[in-house]
Design a protein around this ligand. Structure first.
Ligand code: NAD
Ligand code: ZN
Ligand code: ZN
Length: 367
């Protein structure tokens, strides 16, 4: 079929919206009609050429939600008409990682996905017979996508898809960092560094877990306002003295849980240093620049602080994204404030500009 899609032709140049071809789903694959898609940092990072593993031409986009149009042979868990959220982090339910409760890093299709292909090693995207590669296994800056069944979460049809799409990446990453990676305990003190989509999700996740005190730190007053709306009890402007301030306000010990959601290694260090002696857990969700390293004084670890990384919030997508969306429908998560701009596919490059200018939390493409 023919469809419109935003193609990364050349690094550093705007995406080119154009008609391309999409082949039918093969065995285990699903054709999805996109209804909404958020514009995330990873899309912009790859488009800029800064991502060393990037490739072109490719159709970007990974924060998608839509409706199943058709299924390939052997697909069992979804059918035409189902509402789905795309999963750049799939869940096969069979690999050694899926069978362990300790990680969400499914191994089933990783290698081909990283190369830009579907699991059989070929793309479904093309133009004039020339292949175009998939991005993050999702390629949701397009009217339609073909995606493996194991990379789709079936969500309640009651959830508006322009809200549900945020659960495909940023929001679930933040919520999950608090709920599934750190497993915040009720009554605890949490500090969240960064109040973008991921940090705000972590604030909400800490609140859902029953944290007593949630301190959010950011450079922007506007974003700290949003953090209060998600349940932050204290909001502080970032600065060099922030670690000392956290220690001062926690009896000299530090916070039970800290979360880093900025991608800046000096903030990651602050998050480690402000975790509590004895049992403080620092969860790193931000993606640092290529070659950057995290500097930690080992004594901090010997005296009981721990550091954990979190990819997609530790969320096992097919099982847990539907649960998170249900909590939104139940009124436990306020998603509306995150959707700052609604744009068309043709405006996708404006979505990047708005993100670059930190104008709002998320631009969502309405197809
Ligand atoms: N682990 C994952 O699976 C995953 C998924 C999505 C995004 N990410 C990463 O998470 C990070 C955050 O994503 P986002 O969409 O929320 O980004 P964002 O840019 O919207 O938010 C980052 C926030 O950090 C704030 N900040 C900057 N300097 C700061 C400082 N010194 N102290 C405290 N806050 C500071 C900024 O003001 C901004 O509000 C990025 O690195 C992104 O790549 C990771
Ligand atoms: Zn993302
Ligand atoms: Zn798996």
């Amino acid at each position: 079929m023919r469809m419109r899609a935003a193609v990364l032709e050349q690094f550093g140049a705007p995406l080119a919206v154009q008609e391309i071809d999409l082949a039918d789903p093969k065995a285990g694959e699903v054709l999805v009609r996109l209804v909404a898609c958020g514009v995330c940092h990873t899309d912009m990072y790859t488009a800029s050429g800064a991502d060393p593993s990037g490739y072109a031409p490719a159709v970007l986009g990974h924060e998608g939600a839509g409706v199943v149009e058709a299924i390939g042979e052997g697909v069992k868990d979804v059918k035409a008409g189902d509402h789905v959220v795309t999963l750049f982090s799939p869940q096969c339910r069979e690999c050694v990682h899926c069978l362990s409760p300790r990680t969400n890093l499914c191994m089933a299709i990783r290698e081909q996905q990283n190369k830009g292909y579907l699991p059989d090693g070929t793309p479904r995207l093309s133009r004039g017979g020339e292949p175009i590669r998939h991005f993050m296994g999702t390629s949701t800056f397009a009217e339609y996508t073909v995606i493996p069944e194991i990379a789709l979460a079936k969500v309640s049809p009651e959830a508006p898809l322009d809200r549900a799409c945020l659960f495909a990446c940023g929001l679930s990453t933040g919520l999950g960092a608090a709920m599934y990676t750190a497993k915040v305990e009720a009554g605890s003190t949490c500090v969240v560094f960064g109040a973008g989509m991921v940090g705000l999700g972590a604030v909400a996740g800490a609140r859902l877990q029953g944290a007593e005190r949630i301190i959010c730190v950011d450079l922007s007053e506007d974003r700290l306002d949003l953090a209060r709306g998600q349940g932050a009890t204290d909001t502080w402007i970032a600065g060099e003295d922030i670690v000392q301030r956290i220690l001062d306000e926690t009896g000299g010990f530090g916070a039970d849980y800290t979360f880093e959601a900025t991608g800046l290694v000096h903030v990651m260090r602050q998050a480690v240093e402000s975790a509590r002696m004895g049992w403080g857990l620092c969860t790193v969700a931000g993606v640092a620049g290529k070659g950057e390293t995290l500097d930690v004084v080992p004594r901090l670890l010997i005296t009981g602080r721990r550091v954990a990384g979190s990819s997609f919030g530790g969320v096992k997508g097919r099982d847990q994204v539907p649960q998170l969306v249900q909590r939104y429908l139940d009124g436990d998560i306020d998603v509306d404030p995150f959707v700052s701009h609604k744009i068309t596919l043709d405006d996708v490059n404006r979505g990047f500009e708005l993100m670059h200018a930190q104008d709002g939390i998320r631009s969502v493409i309405d197809f």
